[in-house]
Design a protein around this ligand. Sequence first.
Ligand code: MTE
Length: 320
Amino acid sequence: MLIRQKRGWELPESEATPEAVFRDRRRILQAMGMGALMAAAPAEAVLAAVPADPSAGLYPAKRNDRYTLDRPITPEKLATTYNNFYEFGSQKTIADDAQELPIRPWTVTIDGMVEKPLTLGIDDLLKRVTLEERLYRHRCVEAWSMAVPWTGFPMKTLVDMAQPLSSATYVRMQTFEDPKVAPGQKQFWYPWPYIEGVTMAEATNELAFLVTGMYGKPVPRQDGAPLRLALPWKYGFKSIKSIVKFTFTNERPVSFWEKLQGDEYGFWANVNPDVPHPRWSQATERELGSDERVPTLIYNGYGEYVAAMYKDIKGEELFR
Ligand code: MTE
């Protein structure tokens, strides 16, 4: 995770327009046998009539006012065109390429040390949860930050569905793996698939949020459709995208970044301005949008919710 010089929103408008969204809708129309209609009607009218995502009707969800921001919401255009999603490349401008990711059918598996192993489609999962919107800060380890209106449901809801055994101490999460649509996964030096992990206490902390939407709409592919995590007190790399599997285990998961460079990206990765990354300071962050440098807060400002989980953990690098 290197800081790139060029910013995502400096893209010319023509490049930022996700052409592949158009291509994807074309595919849907063709599958629906609407080729003739496509030929006859103005393209915009046809495209507007076709929902891009079958869950679109669930949004916007009611905002939960408990989680407030100390800064303006990042403009949607920035948050959805300045991304880290290494499956589609290591540059920030992967939004267009990510449109190749098929998000239906999408199967989520819950397995490991649980009473109720489950395999279900994303739309069945959506039927079993109540969606809400939350405003969260999002702080990348690269020292840029955003403020995002996520929609989703508490991770605790999924934990309760699984009914973990008392011996389960961690949740390991895994992203899809398909090098045919995700060219980054052809880069053999990365330890695919993307893996992340949290403790059971973290998974059931009220802030741990499974995201299915963003800005009052289904979460776009480049931001981790159809299911990603948001852990606002940790560096952004813990917030794994496009999840296909949750495994309850008693072994601490070794994450993608930890495997790649364990001395820089650890298991805990809690935000702390006083603990520099080995190659740069974490004291401040650049807010996408205003581009201002603002002080970084311990636990990204969420200490009142999470600090207690770490008070008895000794001899570990909690902040890297
Ligand atoms: N999840 C997967 N599967 N692949 C990734 O490359 N990048 C992480 C995280 N989740 C990443 C991922 C990093 S480094 C960050 S900062 C956030 O996603 C970025 O989320 P955003 O693009 O929605 O801002």
